[in-house]
Write a protein that binds this ligand. Structure first.
Ligand code: C2E
Ligand code: MG
Ligand code: MG
Length: 562
């Protein structure tokens, strides 16, 4: 990255130090001049007497004057040496100060400015740009899915990716711009531009996105890594929107760009967004969600709900799928579509999942032992090489037989890290745990992967099943998946059975396990216990009617906001 891009200051010339040097120079100069005047004064009297005495015509210099001259010479020699020592000391101290200042103001990995120093530098740049009739754009840049890159490839590769991103972004910035790494995978640039030519910033944002998207080579043997960035933009004059005030404060600009960056992420990443005032409340909501999730895990607000799984041929209850719910004090009962993606993003999915699985194993121990328990696992958890061990530990702690447990994974896990997924499958199967492919038909899994990975079951995505009776295409897809399952020897679960009509049609198409609202909404542990007691599948409990899951409509509203 070019040094000019950082508006590097001449550290050694920083104000305080320059003043100290000038003061010291004047004192040293004063001493030198005084010593020279005294030397000339005494020398002018002493030397002629010395010369006359040597020539035998005089009686030699006065003793007092001679002593004064010698003292004067000693003073000049001593003063000069002291001056040299002081100069060396000051030079060393100045170097150390400059180094400390550089360390305090720059990011050690990339050499960019850091979060602390971007503010004052931005304020200075805004003022300098204003003098030239320019405004500045604040560009917030976040590397998409950087945590996954780090988790999958290790931190040294993660660092290499960050360095390369910084280099590519820096290469595109105009000379007088600032660039900072705000921490982790977040960069910020401040770019002056002509107020009527906002399109130059649009072009810059597009170039940054394109440049970073080019694959990065991380070594001869290592695979190329592809990554993308999301950008949020704000400008110091507020732009064309009349609702925006001029923002000449770096912190306010940074905040607006941050809000816009979250919007870019929400809109699908790998894109840029200009700040709009309406985005503010969305970000506040998102922050509340994050804080709520962080606190909610330790407070036990995440609980398992259970959806019945039925053998369609016999009508028998064969097990339950555990679906997590968040009993949030702020938002009410929240569904997983809202909180799972946020928990994944903030790195808490492991903790959350462990907490609900632990509760589910405890609940399921009280059910009839022929009933199975299915749990959903996030693709991120599958990347953890210790996942199988962690699951086994939970089973051991709960004293729950592994062959009653089934994990459901979605197709999105399969197109990356197939090696890791395969070894994970082997560990899970060795323990007797079943593995189902969830939401089949909506993702990208190729038939080859289906053959290579030893799945125990396919689950047809509910979108095909719910439309089975009124959409010919859906029926064709369900039929095709059914034959595929038969061909590969994989039993099939149909999810999303909402009516008796759908159930009848499915029964004609093949042999399935099924689940859906027709059999009841997901219910909490207590309601499930009562349901089981009513069917004699829970010893010693009284029958009671199951209650409905009320989260569905509520979640739609939250999901739209999250
Ligand atoms: P999924 O595993 O495909 O779960 C089925 C989803 O369909 C559930 O939504 C369920 O309530 C809903 N559903 C069931 N029957 C019907 C029906 O007849 N009609 C309709 N329209 N919907 C039906 P839910 O509980 O909101 O879960 C959504 C997704 O969140 C789940 O999809 C699963 O992928 C994920 N999930 C749930 N719990 C967890 C968890 O603990 N960890 C992880 N990683 N993901 C979870
Ligand atoms: Mg599932
Ligand atoms: Mg599903």
């Amino acid at each position: 990255m070019g040094e000019t891009k950082l508006i590097e200051r001449d550290w050694t010339e920083a104000g305080g130090v320059r003043f100290g040097r000038a003061e010291r120079d004047i004192v040293a100069l004063g001493i030198a001049i005084a010593a020279i005047i005294m030397f000339v004064g005494t020398g002018g009297t002493v030397l002629p007497s010395v010369v006359r005495s040597l020539a035998g015509v005089g009686g030699g210099p006065e003793r007092l004057l001679t002593n004064a001259l010698l003292l004067n010479i000693a003073l000049i020699v001593f003063g000069w040496r002291r001056y040299r020592e002081l100069s060396d000391e000051v030079r060393e101290r100045r170097k150390a100060e400059a180094h400390a200042r550089r360390l305090a103001e720059t990011d050690p990995l990339t050499g960019c400015l850091n979060r602390r120093s971007i503010g004052p530098n931005t304020d200075a740049l805004i003022a300098a740009a204003a003098e030239r009739g320019q405004v500045v754009a604040f560009v917030m840049i976040d590397v998409d899915n950087f945590k996954q890159i780090n988790d999958c490839n290790g931190h040294s590769i993660g660092d290499a990716i960050l360095l390369e991103c910084a280099r590519r972004i820096g290469a595109l910035l105009p000379r007088s711009s600032l660039m900072a790494r705000l921490g982790g995978d977040e960069f910020a640039c401040v770019v002056p531009f002509e107020p009527h030519h906002g399109e130059t910033i649009d072009q810059l944002a597009t170039s940054i996105i394109e440049s970073v998207a080019r694959p990065v080579s991380t070594g001869a043997a290592a695979p190329q890594i592809e990554t993308t960035v999301s950008l949020g933009l704000s400008r110091s004059d507020g732009g064309r929107s009349s609702t925006l005030r001029q923002t000449t404060d770096a912190q306010a600009l940074l905040h607006s760009a941050d809000v816009a960056m979250y919007q870019a992420k929400k809109d699908g990443r790998n894109r840029y967004c200009w700040f709009e005032p309406t985005m503010e409340s969305e970000l506040r909501f998102r922050n509340e969600l994050e804080t709520g999730i962080r606190q909610g895990i330790s407070r036990g607000e995440f609980v398992p709900y259970y959806e019945q799984q039925i053998d369609l041929a016999s009508g028998d209850l064969v097990g339950f799928e555990m679906l997590a719910r968040w009993h949030s004090p702020n938002f009410g009962v929240v569904g997983p579509d809202v909180f799972i993606p946020v928990a994944e993003e903030i790195g808490l999915i492991d903790e959350l999942s462990e907490s609900v699985i632990r509760q589910a194993l405890d609940d399921a121990k009280q059910w009839n032992p022929r009933l199975t328990l299915s749990v959903n696992i996030s693709p991120l958890q599958l990347r953890d090489p210790w996942f199988a061990q962690k699951l086994l530990k939970l089973l051991l702690e709960a004293n729950f037989p592994p062959n009653r447990l089934d994990i459901e994974i979605t197709e999105s896990c399969l197109h990356e890290n197939i090696g890791i997924v395969r070894s994970l499958f082997t560990s899970l199967k060795n323990q007797g745990i079943g593995v189902s492919l969830d939401d089949f038909g909506t993702g990208y899994s190729s038939l080859a992967q289906l053959r290579n990975l030893p799945f125990d079951r396919l689950k047809i995505d509910r979108s095909f099943v719910t439309r089975l009776t009124d959409d010919k295409d859906s029926e064709t897809i369900v039929q095709a998946i059914t034959s595929l399952g038969e061909g590969l020897g994989l039993p099939i679960t149909a999810e999303g059975i909402e009516s008796g009509e759908i159930l009848d049609r499915l029964r004609l198409l093949g042999k399935f396990k099924g689940q859906g609202y027709f059999y009841g909404r997901p219910a909490d542990a207590e309601q499930t216990r009562r349901l089981l007691a009513g069917q004699g599948l829970l010893v010693g409990e009284q029958a009671a009617p199951p209650a409905a899951d009320t989260t569905a409509d509520h979640d739609d509203a939250l999901r739209r906001r999250a």
